[in-house]
Design a protein around this ligand. Structure first.
Ligand code: HEC
Length: 235
């Protein structure tokens, strides 16, 4: 059902893109950033739920069938927000949500074999999230840029350094300052006519255990775990 309706959403959205971009103001930028942060953590959680079965190579094809993935994703979103996931909302939120569903489907299908073969850390949520953020950035076509990043000493993927991911942003210095300071407060504000959204993570025991397997061994549960940063140019 979703397969059939997605091209329609996509078509409508591409017609709206230029208008939506022109109309984006502080309150719609804030709504977009806040919803996107929830959407990304929800989507990452979908892959998170499959970790045990991926790691032990017991995952079954029906667990990653797209209708099941979408159903679980929408259920989780509703549990977090109390609202239905409306990907055909006639505004920038609908545009973003449509792109997220498309990339969720695209990535799961692309990595199906790796996921089904499984093995320890064969397909981790962080890797999935990095792919998703990259695709949504490119599909949002200048409306919004977002990155999951960290300060240098904590980086697993050095391409995700805050200095690198923000290099084309006029508010790069603000993000660099916040990430390097490891501030754990959520921040949303306007700087240089850009809406800046900073959404820090807190490390759990499970994060630290896996990051240690990936070569970062000084992190502690409860500590700063990087951040999702979102940059939305205003009109
Ligand atoms: C199963 C392993 C695993 C778990 C669990 C995990 N991570 Fe990671 N994390 C990774 C890997 C691998 C990367 C690099 C992904 C890539 O290739 O871009 C990463 C990347 C990141 C990044 C991006 C910056 C960087 O270092 O590349 C942040 C921020 C991050 N993780 C935070 C967390 C937090 C916070 C948690 C817990 C809530 C967590 N991670 C749980 C494996 C894990």
């Amino acid at each position: 059902m979703l397969k059939a309706s997605l091209p329609v959403i996509f078509f409508v959205n591409s017609c709206l893109l230029s208008n939506a971009y022109a109309e984006i103001d502080q309150s719609s930028a804030k709504a977009l950033a806040d919803d996107y942060a929830i959407v990304i953590s929800t989507a990452t959680g979908i892959v998170g739920e499959l970790q045990q079965d991926i790691n032990s190579s017991t995952i079954k094809p029906e667990q990653i069938a797209i209708p099941t993935i979408f159903k679980n994703f929408k259920k989780k979103y509703k549990a977090k927000t109390g609202k239905n996931y409306n990907a055909s909302a006639p505004n920038i939120l609908g545009t973003m949500r449509g792109h997220v569903l498309m990339s969720l489907e695209g990535i799961i299908n692309e990595y199906k074999n790796e996921i089904l073969d499984g093995g320890q850390d064969a397909f981790v949520p962080a890797y999935f999230r990095a792919l998703m953020v990259e695709q949504v950035n490119s599909n949002m076509d200048g409306i919004m840029q977002s990155h999951v990043t960290n300060r240098e000493a904590d980086l697993i993927n050095t391409d995700s350094a805050v200095e690198i991911v923000t290099e084309n942003s006029p508010i790069a210095n603000e993000f660099i300052k916040l990430v390097n300071s490891g501030t754990t407060k959520v921040i949303g504000k306007v700087i240089n006519n850009h809406y800046m959204s900073y959404n820090p993570f807190t490390l759990k025991t499970s994060c630290v255990a896996c990051h240690t397997r990936n070569g970062i061994n000084h992190q502690k549960p409860g500590g700063f775990g990087g951040a999702l940063i979102i940059d939305i140019p205003l009109q």
